[in-house]
Ligand binder design. Structure first.
Ligand SMILES: N[C@@H](CCC(=O)N[C@@H](CS)C(=O)NCC(=O)O)C(=O)O
Length: 218
């Protein structure tokens, strides 16, 4: 089985797919697309991903995009270990937790939105930072309310980490970028700590990627 992903060290959506691949024990190669330098807009990449975003996954010549769809595809081709529960209600809950960041909070803080705020509305660096902090905090607060109601045991849906945990942990990376303290979100903080104690999560963290390490070595 040959798996490649087009990703970027800083990309939270790429992080989600990296963790899923690692939890499932699927080896892969990551091809970097520097989305801060605009490489997603190169015609060659647009041919691969019409949305001009990362990640894109290539599996035996087949192309997939959108991290949630990719993770569900991985679940279909490699069912164990399960990232989604079998019970329909729990499955829906896991997807709902995932979508809090995938559909609602994270899209608002992507480079294309930040660039649009600057180019169209004249936002300065402080305004863009405040925008990012606001929507990241909203996501954290939603996660805290949800996780308080159904306490992690110890992961969001039980004994093993899954889709929901991947997405919550990814959201805490956005908080880290924006230097937001998690002290106001203790349940989220504990869940994130538990996730990053696992090699699949830790080794997928943006700051563990070769692309990030290269920026530090300059
Ligand atoms: N909902 C998509 C999000 C994809 C996305 O927005 N990726 C970001 C990086 S995390 C990106 O490539 N942004 C490029 C841009 O905003 O120009 C997913 O989960 O895969």
């Amino acid at each position: 089985m040959s798996i490649q992903i087009y990703g970027f060290w800083r990309s939270i959506a790429s992080f989600r797919v990296r963790v899923a691949l690692k939890l499932k024990g699927l080896s892969f190669e990551e091809i970097p697309v520097d989305i801060l330098a605009g490489e997603q807009f190169r015609p060659g990449y647009e041919a691969v991903n019409a949305e001009r975003v990362v990640p894109t996954l290539l599996h035996d010549g087949h192309t997939l995009f959108q991290s949630l769809a990719i993770i569900e595809y991985l679940e279909d081709i490699r069912p164990e270990p399960r990232l989604l529960p079998l019970d329909p209600k729990d499955r829906a809950y896991a997807r709902s937790l995932a979508l809090v960041t995938v559909a609602d909070a994270h899209p608002l803080i992507t480079p294309r939105i930040r660039n649009h705020l600057v180019a169209t509305f004249g936002a300065d660096a402080t305004a863009v930072e405040n925008w990012g902090r606001h929507w990241t905090m909203e996501g954290l607060a939603t996660y805290e309310r949800l996780l308080e109601r159904r306490a992690p045991q110890p992961f969001a849906l039980g004994a093993e980490p899954g889709l929901a945990d991947i997405c919550v942990a990814g959201h805490t990376i956005a908080a880290q970028y924006l230097k937001l303290e998690l002290t106001g979100f203790p349940v989220v903080a504990r869940l994130s700590e538990r996730c990053f104690a696992l090699p699949a999560f830790l080794s997928s963290h943006p700051f563990e990627q070769p692309g990030y390490k290269a920026t530090q070595a300059r």
